[in-house]
Design a binder for this molecule. Structure first.
Ligand SMILES: [Zn+2]
Length: 438
């Protein structure tokens, strides 16, 4: 009887774990725990609209190209509500999300008032911010709302319990954040770095909560110097740290855990892949990073989804070369095309030459030549990074015509070691490993 009971228990546990994870990924594909197969995710959330969030934080994040989340109180009587500033932040890709209408403590509200706060705040934001779906909410005073009500309007809710979030949270309506500033546990750049390192070890997600910055009068102010040093650290460690908004990290996790990747066909020069999920396609449109070893005999490849160029890169590891790409679930077939073939078509149906990036000689000392092809005239950047992901040299930053290009990389002043050159254009991302032997 006892043995029977424990078998039932085990079966129940299996069922629970299966339902939490419905990923089906065909061999030999791999899905990144985080975008770009990075080791951890980092999100900066800002509450209440304190003055220096607009005057200092948003311009600083824009300088780095990083995105943040503004948890916004939407009552017209809220003194720090500035729709014009929020609209321009949203245009730069920042998330504008809900922090309720009246910033009241939900533990004292009945169900209908909780519903009104959550529903109205979302409606206010959608009405004011073009393109914003408002899928996340931060509880005022960190006091959670009823989950059944939250589920009607939001994909996730943020609390303030001070821990790093698991890569697959058990409760999306209780996502922990870490309070920064004078009254929080994060006051210095080293405090941030310590949390990054723990997140990297566990493949977790750091969500930081900020209010005031410097002397703007906001709660628990953080120094803008610390904020800048921390963003510089993230910028130099982008191989490990993925910085994104709260809502987009939620999208990524839910898509990743509901993802199906299957190979529809393998031919001499093309592989067709289907990437789907079981989620609502109007909300879950964030690209998920997937990779596959290059087939034998393929030096490189290019990737399209639904006939349009996808972001991709060729990754050299010691044992395997991968083609790694970003695909939006349920947005059309992904086609991986062997480099040098002519299978790619642009959206007018014209055949495009395949972008390639070659480095020769490699290993090199002290200079080498980087050759690449552009399928079309593009604004491109070609930069060299060290193994820590820190940019060491910009070789190109400007518009180039289509066709073949070559540029010499002189590494006289650099130390021996592994470097990466990365060619980026709006629809193109190719990187190559280079070995400098001084
Ligand atoms: Zn607040």
């Amino acid at each position: 009887m006892k043995a029977h009971f424990s078998l039932v228990t085990v079966l129940c546990m299996l069922l629970v774990s299966v339902s939490a994870f419905s990923q089906t990924i065909a061999e030999p594909y791999q899905v990144g725990t985080w975008q770009g197969f990075r080791a951890s995710a980092v999100t900066f959330t800002f509450d209440d609209g304190c003055a220096n969030q607009f005057a200092i934080a948003i311009p600083m994040f824009d300088e780095f190209g990083f995105k943040l989340t503004m948890f916004t109180v939407t009552s017209p009587t809220w003194p720090d509500l500035h729709w014009d500033k929020l609209q321009s932040a949203a245009q730069n890709g920042h998330e504008i999300a809900s922090h309720s209408v009246t910033h009241t403590n939900f533990s004292s509200l009945n169900d209908s008032l909780q519903t009104w706060e959550l529903k109205t705040c979302k409606e206010d934001i959608i009405a004011q911010i073009p393109g914003e779906q408002c899928i996340t909410h931060a509880y005022p005073y960190c006091a959670g709302a009823k989950k059944a009500i939250m589920q009607q309007f939001y994909e996730a809710g943020r609390v303030c319990s001070g821990s790093i979030v698991s890569k697959s949270p058990s409760d999306f309506y209780g996502i922990s954040s870490i309070i920064c500033g004078d009254l929080g546990s994060i006051k210095t750049t080293d405090n941030f770095i310590t949390r990054f390192n723990s997140a990297i070890k566990t493949k977790g997600w750091c969500v930081f909560l900020l209010h005031g910055i410097d002397g703007d009068g906001g709660y628990s102010p953080l120094s803008s110097t610390v904020l800048r040093e921390t963003l510089e650290y993230i910028n130099a460690n982008q191989n490990d740290l993925w910085i994104e908004t709260f809502g987009n990290v939620v999208r990524y996790i839910k898509e990743r855990n509901a993802l199906s990747v299957s190979e529809l066909s393998v031919q001499d020069t093309t592989i067709t892949v289907q990437v789907t999920d079981t989620l609502n396609d109007t909300i879950f449109t964030y690209p998920v990073t997937i990779r596959r070893p290059l087939p034998a005999g393929w030096a490189a490849a290019t990737v399209t989804q639904n006939g349009k160029p996808a972001a991709y890169t060729i990754i050299d590891t010691d044992t395997t070369d991968f083609v790694q790409f970003d695909a939006i679930p349920d947005s059309g077939d992904v086609v991986i095309t062997k480099n040098g073939s002519t299978g790619i078509k642009d959206h007018h149906g014209m055949a495009l030459p395949v972008p390639a990036l070659h480095v020769y000689p490699n290993p090199f000392n002290p200079s080498t030549i980087i050759n690449f092809q552009l399928p079309a005239a593009e604004h491109v950047t070609l930069k060299v990074y060290n193994i820590l992901g820190k940019e060491v040299q910009t070789l190109l930053n400007g518009s180039l015509p289509s066709g073949d290009h070559s540029i010499t990389f002189n590494a006289t002043n650099l130390e021996s070691g592994v470097y990466f050159c990365k060619l980026e254009a709006p629809n193109l991302l190719v990187s190559r490993k280079m070995l400098l032997l001084q």
